[in-house]
Design a protein around this ligand. Structure first.
Ligand SMILES: Nc1nc2c(c(=O)[nH]1)N[C@H]1C(S)=C(S)[C@@H](COP(=O)(O)OP(=O)(O)OC[C@H]3O[C@@H](n4cnc5c(N)ncnc54)[C@H](O)[C@@H]3O)O[C@H]1N2
Ligand code: MOO
Ligand SMILES: [Mg+2]
Length: 408
């Protein structure tokens, strides 16, 4: 791996696409292959490790889409038809007696011989259970044919699919009580910074509360990772080496802070000494000093410490990396064009991800875009992407990336 940039010197900035491509290549190279079988209720957020193939037709038999009457269209000559049976969902009917109709309810199997269901609103019941149909009818109407959704042997979900409530429901509809999923990625979360204090304690002079730790730990849990909370790391090189060395049984060390060019930024140095520094200094704002490499053999992603930088770089780079480690192919966030509801008069040399909202179809942005202001993201519904070198006037097109898509 080529070390790029050098702490203390201004190196050229790597474009976001290049950094993401490299991260994904590295994720592919250390893809997690171990799998585990879990009850269906426990697979939320996990990645499917098997192809899910239908072992039955759905629906298994033609069934009624309406409460009403099943008949053979050829039997309807305008005279009322007698009702020969009643079929509820959960029952299985006799074949339809010729010249009759069957009372039927939504979801019940359609009797053999019937080719049409008429809803009861279009039927007139006469005295002793004879039924006259009021409207013209068509063959097949209101019948959900066997195999309409799925036929036996069909590939329903491929390995590498991220599982959520919809996929869980789909697997259940096919009778699966358990699924094989990729084992969890073990991620150690390290918060670097002498200034950090955990919430609940008193703040001393110069101290701030650690917000990145809980933000990342809970986000990782939502992504289906096993989180090893490695606490706060003080800003000194020997301790950095020692703590990274203690975390050699994880799949990824994810740290915040200590990646810039300050005299208390040691992560890049530790990686170059005892591993490699694969990328450092990205054309992204916030998040320029994002660092990626290895400490000995363990991959390390060092997110910049500013809370909005942590959030943006995790969302756009670490999250896709973690999903790809589990074999998810489509890791790009949802992004769509919207008109800007603001002016952007000065072009930057980094791609900006502004914390913004959609208001009346236009992207508006939080008043303070400092990378230290996490509140901007709490206000926002998404990230507004402004490409490097770009100026904007109100109404020009920008891309909007919804945060809701990224959080799970
Ligand atoms: N001379 C230069 N200085 C800086 C540059 C540069 O190019 N030249 N880049 C700036 C940019 S951009 C960023 S982003 C920051 C990133 O710095 P680090 O990743 O080294 O992070 P720290 O210096 O450790 O902390 C930055 C900032 O964030 C606060 N922080 C850190 N961890 C946490 C946490 N867990 N919870 C809440 N807040 C946290 C920390 O107190 C600092 O205020 O570097 C710029 N400097
Ligand atoms: O890129 Mo830094 O993230 O502006 O603060
Ligand atoms: Mg720093």
């Amino acid at each position: 791996m080529n070390p790029v940039g050098k702490p203390g010197k201004t190196g050229s900035l790597m474009p976001v696409e290049t950094a993401l491509a490299r991260l994904l290549e590295m994720a592919d190279a250390s893809r997690i292959v171990e799998r585990e079988r879990l009850p269906l209720a426990k697979v939320q957020g996990r990645v499917l490790a098997e192809d899910l193939v239908a072992t039955l037709d759905l629906p298994p038999w033609p069934n009624s889409a309406m409460d009403g009457y099943a008949l053979a269209l050829a039997d309807w000559k305008g005279e009322p038809l007698p009702v020969s049976q009643k079929v509820f969902a959960g029952q299985f009917p006799e074949p339809l007696q010729p010249g009759t109709c069957a009372r039927i309810f939504t979801g019940a199997p359609v009797p053999q011989g019937a080719d049409c269901v008429e809803m009861q609103e279009n039927a007139e019941v006469q005295g002793d259970e004879r039924v006259r149909f009021i409207e013209p009818m068509k063959a097949g109407q209101n019948i959900r044919p066997q195999g309409q959704e799925t036929t036996k042997g069909e590939l329903i979900l491929t390995a590498g699919t991220r599982l959520g409530p919809i996929e869980q429901g789909l697997a259940a509809s096919l009778g699966r009580a358990e699924l094989d999923v990729v084992r969890k990625v073990r991620v150690a979360v390290l918060s670097t910074g002498d200034e950090l204090v955990e919430p609940g304690q008193d703040l001393g002079p110069g101290q701030i509360y650690n917000s990145n730790r809980v933000l990342l730990c809970s986000w990782l849990q939502r992504l289906g990772c096993e989180v090893i909370d490695a606490g706060i790391l003080p800003d000194d090189l020997p301790t950095t080496r020692e703590r990274l060395g203690q975390l050699q049984d994880v799949d990824l060390i994810l740290s915040t802070g200590g990646v810039s060019v300050g005299e208390a930024d040691f992560l890049g140095i530790a990686l170059r000494e005892e591993g490699d520094l694969a990328l450092w200094k990205l054309a992204i704002k916030p998040g320029k000093p994002l660092t990626f490499g290895h400490f000995r053999n363990v991959p390390v992603i060092g997110l910049p410490g500013n809370p909005a930088s942590t959030l943006v770089t995790f969302a756009l780079l670490a999250r896709p990396y973690l999903l790809r480690r589990q074999g998810v192919q489509d890791v790009e966030p949802l992004k769509f064009p919207v008109p800007a509801g603001f002016d952007w008069p000065v072009a930057g040399n980094r791609r900006e991800y502004l914390r913004g909202r959609l208001e009346q179809g236009r992207a508006t942005v939080y008043r303070n875009q400092s990378s230290g202001v996490l509140r901007s993201a709490a206000w926002a519904d998404g990230l507004v992407e402004v490409l490097e070198g770009r100026t904007l006037t109100n109404g020009d097109e920008v891309s909007f990336i919804p945060l809701s898509d990224l959080l799970g």
